[in-house]
Design a protein around this ligand. Sequence first.
Ligand SMILES: O=C(O)CCC(=O)C(=O)O
Ligand SMILES: [Fe+2]
Length: 134
Amino acid sequence: MPPHSDYGFLTLLLQDEVEGLQIQFQGKWFTVHPINNAFIVNVGDHLEIFSNGKYKSVLHRVLVNSSKPRRSVASLHSVCFNSTVRPSPKLIDEANPKRYVDTDFETFLAYVSTTETKRKSFLESRKFTSILHR
Ligand SMILES: O=C(O)CCC(=O)C(=O)O
Ligand SMILES: [Fe+2]
């Protein structure tokens, strides 16, 4: 699975004992070692936006190997698909300005139909800094 961040709020992930999942941190890839009977809780793009960047929607990928099959179950949890996601007003003040534009599922669909997807992620496109430097 190519590098991506999860669209939505939270992902609960159960992986078997075969390694493959990696996250990117400070430009480097790290393997997420499987822990028996434990869920991996992954912050999605919407939670990063809602928390105004306090929680990060981590870039991750899955590597395949030629010796062992690997199974994982991802349960993706999102807000209702016609609702708008925006930074929580409780986290915005003069010292902490709004860092993301409001977003909804329609905006996401419009985004994935553009060529911009090849250059940056949807989450990246929602950042005010990204819009100013377009
Ligand atoms: O198989 C995995 O460990 C991750 C799957 C994943 O990233 C996804 O379904 O979004
Ligand atoms: Fe994912």
